[in-house]
Each structure stands twice: as structure tokens, then as C-alpha cells.
Design a protein around this ligand. Structure first.
Ligand code: SF4
Ligand code: SF4
Length: 151
């Protein structure tokens, strides 16, 4: 249980369940790492590798979903991150802002909520911007496993 403090930013003192929808949405840093395919290790279930293969709805430069409001009708396994399921989403990268906050970590200085710059995630190289290929261009997903910079 987090303690209440008016001097701390909301992500450090509010429980995820108490955050407003705007606060919750603002936690996302726009890195795009949750919109690339993950590969689970068959010999080590629960261990995931990231790839550079992106969901077809991802804008590979801006790292934004091109059909966010309608995505569930188009990509059936697109996952909505909520306060209720964040504890189960262990395939998310450790750098994901939701994972950070779930584990009571602060956000990095470049995060939009700290820097005021929505593009900072790209400028520091913390996003997948410009480094993904569409999922229509691949034969074997395992050939596309990558290690992203873990900011
Ligand atoms: S990995 Fe987390 S912080 Fe990055 S885009 Fe996805 S939800 Fe947002
Ligand atoms: S549908 Fe949109 S939010 Fe869902 S994985 Fe694809 S690009 Fe990301």
C-alpha cells in the first residue's frame, strides 16, 4: 500500500486503482515495445524475447497505434493494460512505465510526465521508432529476436 503525499507526483503515491483514466493513460511513455511480437522460450516458460516485428497497426515511426479506438475489432489479441492485470503481464519489458510503477519505481527523467516532451522517448532511443518491420514481411519470427536498449 502506497502512502498519500501531496508533494509527490501521482505515480509515486497513488495506487494504480485510484488513478483517474487520464492519469493511467499518461503513464504510457509511447515506446511501442508492447506492440512488437514477443517469443516465449519453450524451454523456459515465462521467459520472453522481444522481436523487431511490429503489429500491423503500429506506426513504426511515432510508435502509436493507428486505430487505437477500434483496435480490439482488428487485432483480437491486443492486450489492454489495466490495474487489475498488470501483475500478470510479465511479457512487458522491464522498462515499461506500467511495470515500473507497479514495482514502485520512479519514471525516468525523459518520460513525458517529467520532461514534458512526448518525443523524448524517441530522442533518447528508448522506443522502437524506425527499428521495426511489419508482421507481413517475415517468415520465421525467431529470426527477428532483438534486445532493445533497456532504459
Ligand atoms: S511498453 Fe508500456 S510504456 Fe511502452 S508503449 Fe507499451 S504500455 Fe506504453
Ligand atoms: S492493435 Fe494497436 S495497441 Fe494493439 S498491439 Fe497493435 S498497434 Fe499496439
Amino acid at each position: 500500500m502506497r502512502s498519500e503525499s501531496v508533494n509527490e507526483p501521482f505515480w509515486l503515491h497513488k495506487s494504480m486503482q485510484d488513478m483517474s483514466m487520464d492519469e493511467w493513460e499518461s503513464l504510457c511513455d509511447g515506446c511501442g515495445k508492447c506492440c512488437v511480437y514477443q517469443v516465449e522460450d519453450e524451454d523456459d516458460l515465462g521467459h520472453y524475447y522481444q522481436t523487431n516485428v511490429a503489429c500491423k497497426l503500429l506506426d513504426g515511426d511515432l510508435c502509436r497505434c493507428t486505430s487505437y479506438s477500434n483496435r480490439k475489432n482488428m487485432i483480437i489479441d491486443c492486450m489492454t493494460i489495466t490495474p487489475e492485470n498488470i501483475s500478470e503481464l510479465d511479457w512487458l519489458p522491464a522498462s515499461c512505465a506500467y511495470r515500473r510503477v507497479y514495482f514502485s519505481q520512479d519514471l525516468p527523467d525523459w518520460h513525458p510526465l517529467k520532461s514534458g516532451d512526448a518525443l523524448a522517448v524517441h530522442k533518447v532511443g528508448a522506443s522502437v521508432s524506425g527499428r521495426c518491420i511489419p508482421d507481413t514481411d517475415i517468415d520465421n519470427i525467431e529470426d527477428h529476436i532483438v534486445i532493445w536498449n533497456d532504459f
